[in-house]
Design a protein around this ligand. Structure first.
Ligand SMILES: Cc1cc2nc3c(=O)[nH]c(=O)nc-3n(C[C@H](O)[C@H](O)[C@H](O)COP(=O)(O)OP(=O)(O)OC[C@H]3O[C@@H](n4cnc5c(N)ncnc54)[C@H](O)[C@@H]3O)c2cc1C
Length: 570
């Protein structure tokens, strides 16, 4: 079944659940009226349905390949990228001074999710450019901004991010790429980077690499890292493409999924680069890019979950098997209780994870518009949850999508398996979900759990408001909050190793409770409607998982280390 962008779901969430109103009331985002929002969602929906979705299979069946050192992209991808660029979708939230639209991140996040659901492999190209645009806006010199931003925003040029090296994955501080001052305002960059997404393409423009490297004498670890902009072609003063820089794609990775996205091993041999931000300020600059990308990757998981759900539902409504016990039913497997269970779980989690993602994006917008530290702290707290829960949802939902298809789910022609293969990486890149969870329980709890408690308070306040109309659902959400509150109190007093052992289950529990909160908001806004029924399903059947997660989270590290490394192998 072809992908259909969930325009109505986004509109409902904006209007009733995650409160785009507050964002619209700020001076900065006053142009993002309801009409503008609606028009954007519909236009983006048309583009994703008609242009990107047809490319998804082509990318899988005809992967990007390396020919004579140049990447040849999958059939139709160059035109697909052109459509994204011409629609202005790359620079939706970018600075209007350089050609961007200056719209809220909330809207960009929604459009990015739609693009991912339609064609994840291709969507990675604009996502990388968006991260680079944001990093340059915040940290680059005026000269770099003037030269690069208009071209990145228009899509004439594309951006990449180069952190990972063979010995430096999660531990970025172990990187060994070197930078030497050329004494003329440029630097010579040498080293190898691996797994570089869209490290090259044949779209016709420049490819601008943001590369983390170490200057001579810089301290070890992340403190000694600087960030450089290293273009494939050295631009002339008028912005036209000059000589080729001394960098190359050594090879492309053969991957489980996202075959249409070229994942490159890059070699830099005294390549000319320009410093972005101060010397040894590389991680701060890179974090600007990574935070944007983390939310974007969460949205990739949700986009694939949406697409896999639509695909599975269409199959279930068509496939006849066995006696269907529902009177007046469809006569297809959708009438079997276990198939219904799967479809309901899939739909309920797509909604929950999408609401969390949009709440995070809204907090980013409020932080940008008001400068208020509270919003920034909230966005920082929600980012690892949005990333990890969004991508876990993508994996779980696409796995259930395979199951709904039965044997046909395991056969590639149906396309169900591609969702599962494509989405798997989202839990790995942009910081593995384990690293996200550790960030949540360590850095994001440095305030002694204050932000966590403020969110829990808010969830309880809504539950209190919901008691008169939805007493059972409200009580379940309120009780879940109390369990989460106790676990949070335990966590902030716990030894770091104990926190880390329970980090992933704690993050999942927090997401489950937030999901209950947003489902309850939907029930309040749609009394007697389908959204209220879905909320009841989630709150009764899926929210209780938070308790098991929290029991696990509070067990500490000792049990995880109960077997020695030798015993693990025995
Ligand atoms: C398809 C693809 C595209 C990518 N694109 C890019 C890109 O564009 N740019 C880029 O720079 N990188 C990119 N990456 C790299 C990606 O970000 C890394 O793979 C990721 O950060 C994990 O690093 P690693 O693979 O070295 O795994 P490792 O760091 O070796 O991790 C292995 C396991 O150990 C765990 N682990 C590691 N350290 C710790 C710790 N301190 N505490 C607890 N657990 C830990 C991890 O969670 C994981 O489960 C891409 C990767 C892939 C597969």
């Amino acid at each position: 079944m072809p992908y259909r962008a969930p325009v109505e779901d986004f509109a409902f969430l904006f209007d009733h659940v995650v409160g785009l109103d507050a964002v619209r009331q700020t001076d900065r985002f006053e142009d993002a009226s309801e009409d503008v929002t609606r028009a954007i969602l519909e236009e983006a929906g048309k583009m994703t349905n008609d242009v990107l979705a047809p490319l998804q299979r082509a990318g899988d069946l005809t992967p990007a390949k390396l020919e004579n050192g140049v990447v040849r992209t999958s059939p139709g991808f160059a035109d697909g990228f052109k459509a994204v660029a011409e629609g202005g979708w790359i620079g939706m939230s970018a600075d209007p001074e350089f050609g961007g639209m200056g719209l809220p991140m909330t809207l960009t996040t929604a459009v990015n999710e739609m693009m991912s659901g339609a064609c994840l492999s291709l969507q990675l190209a604009p996502l990388m450019s968006q991260g680079q645009i944001e990093a340059l806006e915040h940290h680059a010199s005026d000269a770099i901004k003037e030269l690069y931003l208009p071209k990145l925003i228009s899509g004439e040029w594309t951006g990449t991010m180069n952190l990972t090296e063979p010995q430096a994955g999660s531990d970025v501080g172990a990187l060994a790429t070197k930078a030497e001052d050329n004494g003329d305002g440029t630097y010579a960059i040498s080293g190898q980077k691996v797994y570089i997404t869209w490290g090259d393409n044949d779209f016709g423009g420049n490819i601008c690499h943001l590369v983390l490297a170490r200057l001579p004498g810089a301290p070890a670890g992340t403190k000694g890292i600087s960030l450089f902009l290293v273009p494939k072609y050295l631009p002339n003063d008028d912005g036209s493409l000059g000589n080729a820089n001394s960098l190359k794609v050594v090879s492309l990775e053969h991957k489980l999924g996202i075959h249409g996205s070229p994942t490159c091993v890059m070699q830099y041999d005294k390549a000319t680069g320009w410093l972005v931000g101060p010397e040894q300020g590389g991680m701060a600059a890179m974090f600007t890019m990574m935070n944007n990308a983390r939310l974007g990757v969460g949205g990739q998981g949700i986009g694939i979950a949406e697409a896999a759900y639509q695909h599975a539902l269409a199959y279930a409504l068509d496939r006849k098997q066995g006696k269907t016990p529902v009177e007046g039913g469809t006569g297809t497997i959708v009438d079997h209780a276990d198939v219904r269970r799967m479809l309901m779980e899939m739909k309920a989690d797509v909604y929950a994870s999408r609401a969390i993602m949009l709440a995070c994006a809204g907090a980013i917008d409020m932080g940008t518009a008001t400068g208020d530290a509270e919003w920034k702290t909230r966005a920082a707290f929600l980012t690892p949850i949005a990333k990890a829960f969004g991508t876990e949802t993508g994996i779980r939902v696409s796995e259930q999508g395979v199951q709904v298809h039965g044997g046909m789910g395991f056969i590639e022609e149906t396309g169900a398996a591609q969702f599962y293969r494509d989405v798997r990486v989202t839990a790995i890149y942009e910081g593995t979900n384990g690293i996200q969870a550790m960030d949540l329980v360590a850095r994001k709890m440095m305030d002694g759990g204050e932000m966590a408690h403020r969110l829990i308070d808010e969830i309880e306040e809504q539950a209190e408001r919901a008691r008169p109309t939805h007493p059972n659902m409200a009580e379940a959400v309120w009780q879940a909050c109390e369990t989460l509150r106790e676990a949070t109190e335990w966590l902030v007093d716990a030894d770091m190793q104990d926190r880390f052992a329970g980090a992933v289950p704690y993050l999942m529990a927090f997401a489950r409770v937030l999901g209950g909160h947003y489902h309850l908001a939907a029930a309040l806004a749609d009394k007697g409607g389908a959204r209220e029924k879905l909320a009841r399903f989630y709150i009764k059947r899926m929210l209780p998982q938070h308790a098991a997660y929290l029991t696990h989270a509070r067990e500490g590290a000792a049990g995880a280390f109960a077997l020695t490394a030798e015993e693990l192998a025995s």
